[in-house]
Design a protein around this ligand. Structure first.
Ligand code: CO
Length: 153
């Protein structure tokens, strides 16, 4: 009986260990994009307790990336315009981002309908109180496809 209890206990311990990554689930978010030029979220909160944060971008539409491409780009809100303008100049081959743009904190590649991509970045790159915006840098998309990202306590 005691042995059985111990066995149960050890299984419970394994469970608890397996739950640790579930806590880390708060350190990632899935963002959907579609053929209507929209993200399904307007705000992302990044817990300061996370070491890294992962954004999984899904394109749930059917249109090709040449016509309705989406990426997920993070910058300070103040940098968004410049990143977008330089990105359009860089072109589709460069995911509509200027190569080596230091204003870009994190970004996925450009994807089309049915595709997905993810990006993981160090939460230490974010400062409390700073305004960050995530957006799609495909030409003409950032007006609709943007949202706020904040570092939560
Ligand atoms: Co887009």
């Amino acid at each position: 009986m005691k042995k059985q209890f111990l066995k149960f206990f050890s299984v419970a311990c394994v469970c608890a260990a397996a739950t640790a990554p579930a806590f880390a689930a708060n350190c990632s978010v899935e963002v959907e994009s579609n053929d209507a030029m929209q993200f399904n979220t307007k705000a992302i909160s990044v817990p300061a307790s996370c070491k890294d944060f992962t954004v999984k971008l899904k394109h749930v539409g059917k249109m090709p990336k040449s016509a309705m491409g989406h990426n997920w780009v993070l910058s300070k809100t103040a940098d968004m315009q410049g990143v977008g303008t330089d990105g359009i100049a860089a072109g589709a081959d460069k995911n509509y981002l200027k190569p080596g743009d230091t204003r870009v904190i994190a970004h996925t590649k450009l994807i089309g309908g049915g595709e997905s991509d993810s990006v993981t970045f160090a939460v230490s790159k974010l400062k409390a109180g700073e305004d960050y915006t995530f957006f799609c840098s495909f030409p003409g998309h950032s007006g609709l496809m943007k949202g706020a990202l904040t570092l939560a306590k």
